[in-house]
Design a protein around this ligand. Structure first.
Ligand SMILES: Nc1ncnc2c1ncn2[C@@H]1O[C@H](COP(=O)(O)OP(=O)(O)O)[C@@H](O)[C@H]1O
Ligand SMILES: [Mg+2]
Length: 237
């Protein structure tokens, strides 16, 4: 496998072509950003922790019957993945209220949401990722009705797997963000990452005991110490 041209430089990952047209190399960088990229830092080792947690969860999800883009971890910070045509949506599954749900919709911090809520944002930095709904998605042709139903089904199934796995490690999964895409055959697969940047985790039983990127957003403590400890708790070593 050869690292080819840079295809996409994101806020926290770089995506390269490989010698196969339908496979890409995703490199997890040490950049961390928040608030639409207004807050930015480089934290040595951060990319490695997120790559490790992602490489732990994707095979677990595949084993549970969930199609993902993941093929292999080729270095501690680089994953070989199937190239997807990404659907520009951030699919957020919420088990308990936090963040914008508390700020904008009157929920109490930590309030259980049963069944879990799915919230969708349009992934578009220039528009600040506005919340979107089924009607707008269909009207804009972002996804077909059957694709949207499949995305929601998969998002809830992934939440169930992650929630149970993390609960066994005394981590409460509050909410999470997923990105999906279509593979060469048109199948919907989970792309992107599952990491401390995309999960909202609280230490079991303590409302707001953040063990994720909120430590960076809200300056709650040493971000790298938190990422290292959580990666250790999730996948050991
Ligand atoms: N399997 C894949 N195929 C193609 N693009 C992908 C795949 N998985 C993730 N991506 C895209 O690669 C980029 C990853 O870099 P990231 O730093 O997260 O970018 P962003 O700043 O857009 O969030 C994202 O735009 C994501 O949608
Ligand atoms: Mg991203």
């Amino acid at each position: 496998m050869k690292q080819g041209d840079l295809l996409y430089l994101g806020k926290a990952k770089s995506v390269y072509r490989t010698d196969k047209p339908d496979e890409l190399l995703v490199v997890f960088r040490d950049d961390i950003t928040a608030f639409d990229g207004q807050k930015k830092n480089v934290l040595a080792g951060k990319g490695g922790y997120n790559a490790k947690v992602t490489a732990y969860f994707y095979p677990l999800l595949e084993a549970a019957g969930i199609p993902t883009h993941f093929l292999a971890a080729v270095t501690p910070t680089a994953h070989l993945v199937r190239r997807l045509s990404m659907i520009p949506l951030e699919i957020i599954v919420r088990n308990r209220a936090a963040g914008s749900l508390v700020r904008n919709y009157g929920f109490a911090e930590g309030e259980p949401l049963s069944p879990p809520l799915i919230v969708m944002d349009l992934k578009d930095d220039s528009r600040h990722d506005p919340m979107i709904n089924d009607e707008i998605i269909l009207a804009r042709g972002i996804a077909a009705a059957e694709e949207l139903a499949e995305i929601k089904r998969l998002a809830l199934a992934i939440n169930a797997v992650l929630r149970e796995n993390l609960a066994a490690k005394d981590l409460d999964l509050i909410d999470m963000k997923f990105e999906f895409g279509r593979d060469a055959a048109g199948m919907i697969r989970l792309g992107d990452e599952i990491s401390m940047d995309s999960l909202r985790l609280w230490d079991h039983g303590a409302v707001g005991a953040s063990l994720d990127k909120d430590v960076y957003r809200k300056e709650l403590g040493d971000v790298m110490e938190t990422y290292a400890m959580v990666a250790q708790r999730i996948c050991g070593a």
